[in-house]
Design a protein around this ligand. Structure first.
Ligand code: ADP
Length: 557
């Protein structure tokens, strides 16, 4: 049975009004009975007063009779008449008043009885009223308050983001507008939950889609919040994923004074603040942690409202491209130079053999002090040195042949120092070492020697007027470090950027090929290591090689 809520409320109000009217009626009766009782009381009191007066009158008459008795000169007839008349009159009056008094007494008793009954009715009515009030409260609670509380409860859950709860629609009770509201509310929750699930699924698809892109992507709103970013972006900037959605201004701070790399223009500033004046795209190159990143920022506006503007940044890591171009340069260089190097080495080798033949036969018994033999020896030594250049070039090709052995760093460094000892002494350079003992790793011995030789030779070249050359090796954070430090000419910052590039040489001399550091850097990378340099003009340079210490290798002490 359906009873409309309006009717329910109307009936409740009618009942309430009825009860209030009854209450007023009872109060009125009560008030009237009290008035009646007061009036009765006052009449009774007045009558009592009259009776008292009459008694006073009788006693006065009696006193008068006594006066007459004492004064015989008053005529007996008039005396008797006066007194008896007075007495009769008074007694008549007295009996009438007594009757009236009895009547009043009776009335009073009746009224008291009526009042008692009235009080009982009043008490009963009050009881009924309270009962009805409770009934009314129960009805209001059952029909209106509880359904509203149900709605409030569910709304609270929805506001907390719990969309899975529903309102339970009871079957046994009379249906009303609340039940229609409940079904509508439940349906609305069904739709909302479905939409949220759908949105989450789309968001996750979108996230996976942008995660699949190898370039770093991030979307920034006009408040500089990163609202979306892909895995490549996090990896490039070494950010934690939880950073997204919060205010993390890694690249630009809020005022956009702002970009961490101040030398670059901030795309947000360019694209948001000057919107309209500039093109929709912005290109720049950022250097993040020594890695050159190509940034292409685009303005995205999808609902045509001024606030609905986003910046989509795409970061492309250029280091791989640069490495690739280096490798390409080196491999084409290796390819071109191999044949030349072979040619030169073979020819020079043949000449060296001739020299050796001459020295071991014709000049065998001639003392070294002999001028001819001295010049021949000088030419021979120079030839041996010259042969090293094509050999170095040939190593560039050979290093790709992977032949790994256990390298004892201390011994290898000492071997190389023996090789450069003469050259160092010739230039007045003091060579010092701080080598950790028994530091070993798996790698290509020839490559490692090549690295140390190149770095030490460069250091010697940088100290033509003498200085200090210090070689140190140590372990730190599971990495092997080799420092080659000199107190030579140093390298200016503008040259420092290019020294690892093939064919780059700061020296104009014909001896400089500009290949040494390019080869060193390639060999270090081949060992999964890194080479860094710190240098100050006229103070000296330190080249540091870091080689990760492999899992299978153990440092033996
Ligand atoms: P090359 O020595 O043949 O010029 P490298 O690739 O070995 O080629 O070195 C590139 C340039 O780096 C050198 O020309 C030199 O100017 C600079 N360089 C390398 N090592 C040092 C050093 N220890 N001190 C100063 N300059 C150096």
């Amino acid at each position: 049975m359906f009873i409309s809520l309006n009717k329910k409320i109307l009936y409740s109000i009618l009942v309430f009004l009825f009860l209030i009217t009854g209450l007023f009626f009872i109060i009125f009766i009560n008030f009237y009975a009290r008035n009646l009782q007061d009036r009765q009381n006052s009449l009774y009191l007045r009558n009592q007063y009259v009776v008292d007066l009459l008694y006073d009158n009788i006693s006065l008459q009696k006193q008068l009779a006594q006066i007459y008795e004492k004064n015989p000169e008053i005529s007996p007839v008039s005396r008797v008449n006066t007194v008896s008349q007075g007495i009769n009159l008074t007694q008549k009056e007295l009996s009438r008043e007594q009757k009236l008094n009895a009547e009043l007494q009776k009335n009073y008793n009746n009224n008291r009885e009526a009042l008692k009954v009235g009080a009982e009715i009043l008490g009963f009515s009050l009881f009924i009223v309270i009962l009805f009030i409770f009934l009314l409260i129960f009805m209001l609670d059952y029909w209106v308050i509880r359904p509203i509380e149900k709605l409030i409860e569910i709304s609270r859950k929805v506001s907390l983001g719990i969309f899975s709860s529903r309102i339970n629609i009871e079957k046994g009770r009379f249906q009303d507008e609340f039940d229609i509201l409940y079904s509508a509310f439940n349906k609305m929750l069904d739709n909302t939950e479905y939409n949220i699930e759908e949105t989450k699924a789309r968001e996750s698809f979108l996230q996976k889609l942008i995660d699949a892109i190898p370039d770093g992507i991030r979307v920034i709103d006009r408040e500089y919040n990163v609202i979306m970013a892909n895995t490549a972006f996090h990896n490039m900037l070494k950010l934690k994923k939880s950073c997204v959605g919060q205010k993390c201004y890694r690249a630009y701070n809020h005022s956009c004074e702002g970009c961490l790399q101040r030398q670059y223009a901030c795309p947000i500033k360019e694209l948001l603040q000057n919107s309209g004046d500039v093109s929709e795209h912005f290109h720049t190159i950022h250097e993040v942690g020594k890695r050159p990143l190509y940034l292409n920022a685009t303005r995205l506006q999808w609902r045509n409202t001024p606030d609905d503007v986003y910046i989509v940044e795409a970061f492309h890591d250029l280091s791989n491209d640069i490495k690739f171009s280096h490798q390409q340069k080196i491999s084409s260089l290796a390819f071109l130079s191999t044949s030349i190097a072979h040619e030169i080495k073979n020819n020079l080798g043949a000449i060296r053999m001739i020299f050796e033949g001459l020295l071991s036969s014709y000049y065998k018994d001639i003392p070294d002090t002999d001028d001819q033999k001295k010049y021949l020896l000088m030419a021979y030594n120079q030839l041996v040195e010259t042969i090293k250049t094509p050999e170095r070039l040939l190593r560039l090709v050979q290093y790709s042949e992977n032949e790994e052995t256990e390298i004892d760093i201390e011994n290898t460094v000492k071997d190389i120092l023996l090789m450069i000892d003469y050259e160092a002494k010739r230039h007045g350079i003091s060579v010092k070492t701080q080598l950790e003992h028994n530091l070993k790793f798996k790698g290509n011995d020839a490559d490692f020697k090549m690295i140390i030789l190149n770095l030490t030779q460069n250091a010697i070249k940088a100290m033509p007027n003498g200085g200090n050359l210090i070689l140190s090796t140590y372990m730190k954070n599971n990495n092997i470090f080799l420092d080659v430090k000199d107190t030579g000419t140093g390298i200016s910052p503008d040259k420092l950027k290019h020294i690892f590039e093939p064919f780059y040489s700061a020296n104009d001399s014909a001896k400089s090929s500009g290949l040494g550091l390019a080869i060193v850097s390639s060999l270090v990378e081949k060992m999964s290591g890194r080479i860094t340099v710190k240098s100050k003009p006229d103070k000296g340079s330190t080249f540091t090689i870091r080689i990760p210490f492999g899992k299978n290798e153990k440092k033996r002490r």
